[in-house]
Design a protein around this ligand. Structure first.
Ligand SMILES: [Zn+2]
Length: 425
């Protein structure tokens, strides 16, 4: 039995309880007590001092290998980013180089306090091993396209065989990753729906992420992107749509009515599209909205503390209402609601007895993070990933004093930086 004590414990439970001071007790991989320090069972005590202990953050949309491309696609006019700027760079790198990028991408996320990721990219059959080796909790999906559907579906089946779809049994599980509604037509999407039923897998897809996607789908089937997905049964609680940047208010309401999971990536949307996704409408209609960083090439980091702040700011601007999306709600989006979108809320996302010990501790003793009069505001608007001091997944400490315990940071960075130089060309 181990007991972690901290000045503040943010539970994100049903009542948003905060314990000051607080503690949690961990037996193996499971939380067995959460509350004031004097209510803890006997055990080895680690006192985290002037810090906040919170549920590990949940990144509902990322592409870990794209760590390699940070800074290579800057300030691009709308409509040019993916095909004209990113794709030529991607063609320059090998699968081994993508694996090297994924290693340090996962490390970046862990060091920033993220304990769960939904990761999707090409070559996921190889990349997934790097994700798994990092220790982060993950759902991995191989990107499927019409242009290479048979091979993509075979790779997806291999991933499903290797990692399964039972998060209670495996820290890494597999999902199905059709790329988007323009690059995957109805035939592939119907096969995805059937495969998801057969294997009990979640589906991850980009939705209405660009004007070109909206125009292509409209020309092909005469529908908006959301209606096109709905027609093949892929607006549903076991589907996570990323972005939704170009959804109309009516489409957002449809996504919400189906109880769809949404990966909201506000900094990526702002930087690549200069747009704000209709999150208030999605939330009001019943969507389960988590936060995602998207790739390091998009925004240019994988820091969910920063993402919470940007989400708060852009929706205050977009609604003209400074009281929109309060800080506690943003913390919930980055933890429990993200876990709900990924189908993991029975395991992680809040600090409650019986859940897995996925925790992040952030320092609240620096000039930038004191005084702490309001811990939720502090976490959203004052704290950054670089303030993370410790991280646990399944009770295993993966970050101690801001350094990884499992990974050799210097070695994996050297390999990844060499790969990044080749990506630059
Ligand atoms: Zn994406």
């Amino acid at each position: 039995m181990r007991v972690l004590r901290a000045d503040t414990v943010v539970t994100v439970d049903e009542d948003d309880r905060v314990w000051s001071p607080g503690a949690v007790a961990i037996d193996g991989d499971t939380l067995v007590a959460v509350g004031p320090p004097d209510a803890m069972p006997d055990g080895a005590v680690l006192d985290l001092g002037r810090s906040a202990l919170l549920p590990g953050l949940v990144n509902t949309h990322t592409h870990s290998p794209m760590w390699l491309f940070r800074g290579l696609t800057e300030d691009v006019p709308r409509g040019e980013w993916l095909d004209r700027r990113l794709r030529p760079i991607e063609r320059r790198v090998s699968v081994d180089e993508l694996v090297a990028g994924a290693r340090v991408g996962c490390l970046e996320m862990l060091l920033n306090g993220t304990t769960t990721i939904a990761d999707r990219y090409a070559a996921m059959d190889r990349v997934a091993a790097a994700v798994e080796a990092s220790g982060v909790r993950a759902i991995v999906a191989h990107s499927l396209y019409d242009a290479d559907a048979e091979r993509g579906l075979r790779t997806t089946e291999l991933l499903l065989d290797r990692f399964g779809t039972y998060p209670d049994r495996s820290r890494v599980t597999a999902g199905i990753g059709p790329h988007a509604t323009d690059t995957c037509g109805e035939d592939v999407l119907r096969r995805v729906r059937a495969l998801a039923e057969r294997r009990g897998a979640r589906v991850f897809i980009h939705l209405a992420q660009s004007e070109a996607e909206v125009a292509t789908v409209r020309a092909r089937v005469g529908l908006g992107c959301a209606a096109a997905l709905d027609r093949v049964g892929l607006l549903a609680p076991d589907v996570v749509v990323a972005h939704g940047t170009y959804l109309s208010q009516d489409e957002a309401a449809l996504v919400g009515r189906r109880g769809t999971g949404v990966a909201h990536c506000p900094s990526s949307n702002a930087k690549l599209e200069a747009r704000v996704a209709p999150v208030p409408r999605l939330l009001a209609s019943g969507a389960v909205v988590g936060l995602g960083t998207d790739a390091a090439a998009c925004n240019n980091g994988m820091d969910l503390f920063e993402e919470m702040k940007i989400a708060g700011l852009v929706h205050k601007l977009a609604t003209g209402d400074p009281s929109a999306l309060p800080a506690a709600r943003l913390v919930r989006m980055a933890t429990l609601d993200g876990a709900r979108a990924l189908g993991l809320a029975h395991l992680v996302g809040s600090l409650e007895v019986g859940k897995r010990a996925d925790l992040t501790a952030v320092r609240l003793d620096t000039p930038a993070t004191t005084p702490c009069h309001d811990v939720f505001a502090q976490l959203v608007y004052a704290t950054r990933g670089r303030d993370v001091q410790a991280v646990w997944v399944d009770g295993e400490q993966l970050v101690r004093d801001g350094r990884p315990t499992r990974l050799d940071q210097e070695a994996i960075m050297e390999a990844a930086l060499a790969a990044a130089r080749r990506a630059r060309g």
